[in-house]
Design a protein around this ligand. Structure first.
Ligand code: SOE
Length: 383
């Protein structure tokens, strides 16, 4: 990222993400790519042996390895060199209580999505964030890709004219069959108490967030049909959603965990009166611009046609692929810039973006509206 960024390393703690977890390791790698954070404390597991072993594996001092996040928040707040920010990488039902404990201790929060298990909890958490006056950053990591930043800029500056159609798809296949009991990732994600929502929360909120981020549109109403295709599954594993945006544009979101052949197929297509944009997460360095009546144009990350906004969040020259981890790293580096600016009062650089508590609540309004609509025969509901 741009050389003008302040370079102070921020002391980071982590809750969740011990041995056997998936997303915690991604957060840790992402936090280090631009050398902006140092992990110094963690409550990596609620199991004492696993917490200690996971901490040691990551080089944490034993006295900064906790099993109780509340104790971690209290103790870290008392230390002279205590953590400045905490990353929450637990199942969804723990996001709100953990975030509240650290906010009350005066520590900034970086949290995985979706925000909570239900909308009421999300609204309560929003109040706590505001009261604490600390930063809350939600890791909607797909907003970190350079050409996604450029797509947003192109739409904002009118390159496509008025937007008419938004189509976001997030298709996976890993839950096509009932998961084994020892599949930790699947078990909590399909438990209503721990996850609160199925495909719409786990991946649909990413698609919704990305479509909003790039298009700049605001949802007026939606109609959703949530399905549970796998017998005995308690949460949705497939969702079809139609969206009416304010101003007249129309959108569809398809989120599925049961679409064989799709590993992590997040795609976005947006069309306006003057042209369109097309992007696929599995080929993330490229953005197609389709001006109406002209040949398609390929914009490449940090290469042909890349803008300053895209280059600001690129690291290596075009033709050398950047992907998931670098996009995630951008979320962390933007968080670091926001934390530094909070401390020093410095202004944020042009193009800087973080997903805030408000984006988290908006995602929960989306989930809530999908659930309300679906149980009512896919009726149109407002957010
Ligand atoms: C699993 O479905 C998962 O890891 C999600 O939880 C992430 O948010 C998504 O980015 C990739 O898939």
């Amino acid at each position: 990222m741009a050389a003008s960024n302040p370079k102070k390393t921020i002391r980071l703690g982590m809750v969740g993400g011990g041995q056997g977890a998936f997303i915690g390791a991604v957060h840790r790698i992402a936090s280090r790519i631009d050398n902006r954070f140092k992990l110094v404390a963690g409550a990596l597991s609620s199991n004492p042996e696993r917490a200690l072993a996971s901490g040691r594996e990551l080089g944490l001092d034993d006295d900064r390895s906790y099993t109780d996040y509340k104790e971690m928040a209290r103790h870290e707040a008392d230390l002279k060199d205590g953590i400045e920010a905490v990353a929450i990488v637990t199942p969804n039902h723990l996001h709100a209580p953990i975030a509240s404990a650290f906010l009350s201790a005066g520590i900034h929060v970086i949290c995985d999505k979706p925000l909570t298990t239900n909308l009421d909890e999300a609204i309560d958490l929003e109040k706590k964030v505001h009261q604490s006056k600390k930063l809350f950053i939600l890791t909607h990591n797909y907003t970190g890709y350079p050409v996604i930043r450029q797509a947003r800029e192109m739409i904002a500056n009118g390159t496509l004219g008025n937007i008419r159609i938004v189509r976001a798809e997030y298709a996976q296949d890993w839950l096509t069959e009932a998961a084994d009991d020892d599949n930790k990732q699947a078990t909590w994600r399909s438990d209503p108490k721990m996850a609160g929502s199925g495909a719409i929360g786990d991946i649909g909120t990413h698609a919704f967030n990305l479509a909003n981020f790039v298009s700049g549109l605001e949802t007026e109403q939606l109609s959703a049909e949530l399905s549970r295709f796998v017998p005995n599954r308690q949460l949705d594993d497939n969702a079809h959603i139609n969206i009416r945006y304010k101003g007249g544009a129309r959108g569809t979101i398809w989120a599925s965990q049961v679409a064989p052949g799709n590993e992590n197929s997040l795609t976005l297509r947006i069309y306006g009166e003057k042209g369109g944009l097309e992007w696929s997460q599995e080929d993330p360095n490229y953005l197609w611009h389709t001006p109406f009546g002209e040949p398609k144009r390929l914009i490449t990350r940090s290469g042909n046609g890349a803008s300053d906004i895209a280059n600001r969040v690129s690291r290596v020259p075009g033709g050398h692929p950047e992907g998931y981890l670098e996009g995630f790293a951008t979320i962390y580096s933007e968080a670091a810039i926001a934390i530094e600016a909070y401390k020093t009062g410095a202004s944020l650089p042009e193009g800087h973006h973080i997903n805030t508590i408000e984006d988290g609540v908006y995602g929960m309004k989306f989930i809530d509206a999908c659930q309300r609509s679906s149980i009512n025969n896919a009726s149109w509901v407002s957010l």
